[in-house]
Design a protein around this ligand. Structure first.
Ligand SMILES: Nc1ncnc2c1ncn2[C@@H]1O[C@H](COP(=O)(O)OP(=O)(O)OP(=O)(O)O)[C@@H](O)[C@H]1O
Ligand SMILES: [Mg+2]
Length: 250
């Protein structure tokens, strides 16, 4: 083991992605981060929806700084300066929010992301990346660097078709061993059922998050992740189960 490795414990990078938008990535990221934090694991979120990110809203945070500040200070950006740009949530989770306005998204380069991810991984047990839908260049960077890729879908035919295409790209890139597929809203009324998904996606191991629009919607609107107060619901139990699986070797 190198000196660098013995000196520092590197965190795990988990990328939350989906082929189609509006599947539940941001809701999962917020709640999973709190669930990991409750297990005393240092967790940081990078909001990589650089145009219209809203993880800070879902967690009721008023950021003083965002990734825009990091972009503007890229020459002097060391770990201490970067850490000072993080916004702290009461659960212990820290967040590097997206820029305050969409036009700043162009400031975010792959070099900057590499610097940020490498630094943040030195400061946490888990770095969660809340991505935009699809496979833009930035997402390709994240999934290649990731320790685990969470690919989310729901039971709509369009979501499943796109998830299947994304899975085949991940397989072509030899990244499929890092992938965990999550079916969100798995109990929703739908022509397709969870039992149909393994055949459609050619993936046996699936994780599920049940449908509970009322609880999720309220939680988003008041800015309190539901795992904070509704620990015993099926919805929260599904999130804690995912946190357990991700952290079982930590
Ligand atoms: N388990 C769930 N049960 C019911 N509704 C849900 C669930 N998860 C998410 N939703 C609903 O789906 C909507 C979209 O969720 P979210 O914003 O997390 O998706 P996203 O994948 O981050 O979207 P985008 O691609 O735009 O970033 C939410 O407004 C919420 O109402
Ligand atoms: Mg989102």
């Amino acid at each position: 083991m190198s000196q660098e490795n013995t000196r520092r414990k590197k965190g795990k990078m988990i990328v939350i992605c989906s082929a189609k938008g509006g599947i539940g990535k941001t809701v999962l990221t917020a709640n999973l981060s709190v669930a990991l934090s409750k297990k005393k694991l240092k967790t940081i979120i990078l909001d990589s929806c650089f145009q219209f990110g809203n993880i800070h809203l879902v967690m009721d945070l008023q950021p003083m700084f965002t990734i825009k500040d990091a972009a503007e200070q890229i020459e002097d950006l060391d770990e201490n300066l970067l850490t000072s740009y993080l916004t702290h949530h009461e659960s212990g989770v820290k967040v590097l929010p997206s820029p305050p306005s969409p036009e700043y998204a162009d400031l975010i380069t792959l070099d900057l992301l590499d610097k940020i991810c490498t630094s943040l991984l030195n400061r946490c047990d888990y770095l969660l990346i809340d991505t935009t839908a699809g496979l833009p260049e930035q997402n390709l960077y994240f999934i290649e660097k990731a320790d685990e890729i969470i690919l989310m879908t729901d039971l709509e035919i369009t979501s499943l078709k796109n998830a299947k295409s994304m899975l085949s790209i991940l397989k072509a890139l030899n990244l499929n061993q890092k992938v965990k597929v999550i079916v969100n809203r798995s109990t929703m009324k739908s022509l397709l059922k969870v039992k149909d998904v393994p055949k459609i996606l050619e993936e046996e191991a699936l994780l599920c998050i049940p449908n509970h629009f009322e609880m999720v919607s309220k939680s988003i609107n008041i800015g309190i992740p539901f795992v904070m107060h509704y620990r015993r619901t099926k919805l929260s139990k599904a999130i804690f189960h995912i946190a357990d699986l991700l952290s079982k070797d930590t």
